[in-house]
Design a protein around this ligand. Structure first.
Ligand SMILES: *Cc1c(COP(=O)(O)O)cnc(C)c1O
Length: 376
């Protein structure tokens, strides 16, 4: 059996190697490493794929979030509501900009931010909501937009884990994850569903004025060459990464299908097992399974981890520590017990290998090994 990896970028590359190698070699031959034509092509390709007016490529997903918050003119002291169960980047940029992160708990089934909890957290200082489409499925965006309209808040989607997921509105229309709020932010970190071969990110918006601000900010706040009208950052997607992404974007839907197939096989194997709660799909989003995350009941997670490791099966704990319990973000406003669902999930979730290249033999080995342990 082929070695099982959490994310098998090696096999994925092997399957598209000629195309990738040609694309990279073209950049090296042209030496247009920064802002070369491949970057512009990727921007257009992604705009078309997402059905959005503007894509602004940048250096990584964390920058995308930071630049979005800067472009919206958020000021120190403004409150930004987000989830207590996410990757740290979401909260990090809020803190870096001296905005105030206001955390709220998540839904125990979808792991996504709970709209009712957002409503309770709104104050006169609230300026924005950052819904994170965690593990590959969308937040209830009908509810988010309704709250945003009611209180006049910006919506900044963190779609680092859900690019390619579709959201189905209550009125029957649909949209790509990241194109629903005022601005969407994503990451092309190699292990993401659309990953490049280094760091990369992008910001999306349908607002022409906001797009202009975003473009200025990612480029040192520069309007005319060497004239800087605002404080910006240096955040670029380099041409080699754009060339890789131009190839991989063509396969994104196929990759999502492969991930869904893996999830279906896991679900079938684990269904009806009282100790394993399989992922719950939200009925208004298609799930692109950035992660396949189980919630375990009456199982010693440390022992399960040891068992998997001893059988050469990788796994991930996303995420072991809620945002309000992270040392750097301890805050007298919050204490242990404030976000019971997040805290429960942090100690009971485990994610299994999920990528586009898992074969049936590997999947059977993984499911049998998990079941053998939990059923013992
Ligand atoms: C990966 C990720 C980011 C950050 O992306 P980078 O490209 O690593 O900076 C932000 N938010 C979430 C939810 C992520 O998973």
């Amino acid at each position: 059996m082929k070695q099982i990896r959490m994310v098998d970028l090696h096999t994925q590359y092997g399957n598209i190697k000629p195309e990738i190698d040609t694309a990279i070699q073209e950049i090296v031959d042209s030496t247009a490493f920064i802002n070369g034509p491949a970057v512009g092509r990727f921007q257009e390709n992604l705009e078309k794929y997402l059905g959005i007016r503007h894509v602004i490529p940048c250096a990584n997903g964390t920058d995308a979030l930071q630049v979005a918050m800067m472009a919206l003119g958020l000021q120190p002291g403004d409150e930004v509501i987000t989830t207590s169960f996410t990757f740290i980047a979401t909260v990090e940029v809020i803190a870096l900009l001296r905005l105030t992160p206001v955390l709220v708990d998540v839904d125990p089934d979808t792991f996504n931010i709970d709209p009712e909890a957002i409503r309770r957290a709104v104050t006169p200082k609230t300026k924005a909501i950052v819904p994170v489409h965690l593990f590959g499925q969308c937040v209830d965006m009908d509810a988010i937009l309704e709250i945003a309209r009611e209180y006049d808040l910006f919506v900044i989607e963190d779609t680092a884990q859900a690019i390619g997921a579709e959201y189905y509105f209550k009125d029957g229309s649909k949209a790509q994850a990241g194109t629903i709020g005022h601005v969407g932010c994503t990451s092309f970190f190699p292990s993401k569903n659309l990953g490049c071969y280094g760091d990369g990110g992008a910001i999306f918006t349908n607002d022409d004025g906001l797009a202009e601000q975003l473009r200025i900010i990612v480029n040192h706040g520069m309007t005319v060459r060497y004239y800087h009208d605002m404080v910006g950052v240096n955040s670029r997607l380099d041409s080699i990464q754009a060339a890789v992404l131009n190839v991989k974007l063509k396969y994104l839907d196929q990759y999502a299908m492969a991930r869904r197939k893996v999830a279906a096989i896991y679900n079938e194997a684990f269904k009806d097992n009282p100790k394993l709660k399989t992922p719950v799909e939200f009925n208004r989003s298609n799930h692109v399974y950035h992660q396949y995350t189980l919630v375990i009941r009456d199982v010693d997670r440390d022992a399960l981890q040891q068992h998997l490791a001893s059988k050469d099966i990788p796994f991930g704990i996303y995420y072991p520590v809620p945002m309000h319990m992270q040392k750097a973000y301890l805050d007298p406003r919050y204490k242990k017990g404030d976000f019971p669902v997040t805290e429960m999930l942090a100690s009971t979730v485990i994610s299994l290998p999920m990528h586009t290249e898992l074969d049936e033999e590997q999947l059977e080995y993984i499911t049998e090994t998990v079941l053998e342990f939990v059923n013992q």
